[in-house]
Design a protein around this ligand. Structure first.
Ligand code: C2E
Ligand code: CA
Ligand code: CA
Ligand code: CA
Length: 275
């Protein structure tokens, strides 16, 4: 190959180089993003199927960089993890979300995504305790969302941390359920009290019988374990109808509300609007 296309290696090097440079530039700017107030939270509502009322919001992190524009969370969160920034960022997210929820007119829950780093390295139970104390948010209004893949690496530590968090009265949801490979074992080992079905199963719900079967099976599992099931990524009325018929407990998705600055939901949360 090298003989036929002598330049291939050179081109390859150049593109790897520029990818690497791009990444380095992102990393450098991410280190300053907190200080420069470039990080923010948007909120997406979840709705109780039975009452059709909003039951709470999920906080989702955004980075709007002056040089790179909006950077996708999946990208910059991975970066933050790899450069040792995630504990600091995760602590900021918790504090910001709890302070926000403490101001709401109604006692809705706020769900915060938590990175494996915060469980494996940090002392998440203490960070949460301190955050609840300083913001005045009652523990039962906070939920953390964890993905199953993160828990396997340091099993004992993860179990211990989550048990301490649960003992505080904070809810623990298993996120992206169905995408990992140890779902059932993890479910039994960890003190979850809510299950979120990954949105990849919802996408083809109306067209594909496999997805429907999986969603039904997870809902059955939830009923058996007495864990409410939230379905995320609901984009169409048709999907919502199917999920209602299947007995989903709560739904979340673009159909009912996009992740937005909390001011977009002032009709629900703002004391000045709702009182
Ligand atoms: P996730 O926790 O599974 O969050 C749900 C993602 O689905 C969000 O993407 C949300 O914007 C998107 N979504 C919600 N409804 C719909 C819908 O109807 N259709 C479609 N196509 N998408 C929908 P987002 O905001 O880009 O976040 C991506 C991931 O980044 C999150 O997945 C979560 O794993 C991570 N993440 C976001 N914020 C934080 C954070 O504060 N801390 C940590 N550790 N991770 C976070
Ligand atoms: Ca989540
Ligand atoms: Ca999810
Ligand atoms: Ca996800």
């Amino acid at each position: 190959i090298k003989k036929e296309r002598p330049n291939t290696l050179g081109f390859y090097d150049a593109s790897v180089q520029s990818e690497w440079q791009k990444r380095r530039a992102l990393e450098q700017d991410l280190r300053l993003a907190l200080q420069h107030r470039e990080l923010s939270l948007v909120y997406q509502p979840m709705f109780c199927m039975r009452s059709s009322l909003c039951s709470g919001f999920e906080a989702l992190l955004r980075w709007n960089s002056p040089t790179h524009g909006p950077v996708a969370p999946d990208l910059f969160i991975g970066l933050a993890e790899s450069i040792g920034l995630m504990e600091e960022v995760g602590t900021w997210v918790l504090r910001e979300a709890c302070a926000e929820a403490a101001r709401w007119a109604v006692p809705l829950t706020v769900a915060v995504n938590v990175s494996p780093i915060q469980i494996q390295q940090g002392d998440l139970a203490s960070v949460i305790t301190e955050t609840l104390n300083t913001t005045g948010l009652p523990a039962n209004r906070l939920e953390i969302e964890v993905t199953e893949s993160m828990l396997i690496r340091n099993f004992d530590r993860a179990v211990d941390t989550l048990q301490r968090i649960k003992a505080l009265g904070v809810g623990i949801s298993i996120d992206d359920f169905g995408t990992g490979y140890s779902s059932l074992a993890t479910l039994r080992a960890f003190p979850f009290n809510k299950l979120k079905i990954d949105r990849s199963f919802v996408r083809d719900l109306a067209e594909e019988s496999e997805s429907l079967a999986i969603v039904n099976a997870v809902l059955g599992l939830g009923r058996g374990l007495r864990l409410p099931v939230v379905v995320e990524g609901v984009e169409t009325e048709r999907q919502a109808d199917i999920l209602r018929d299947c007995g989903a407990d709560a739904i979340q998705g673009y159909l009912f509300g996009r992740p937005s600055p909390i001011s977009a939901y002032s009709n629900i949360t703002d004391p000045r609007v709702t009182s």
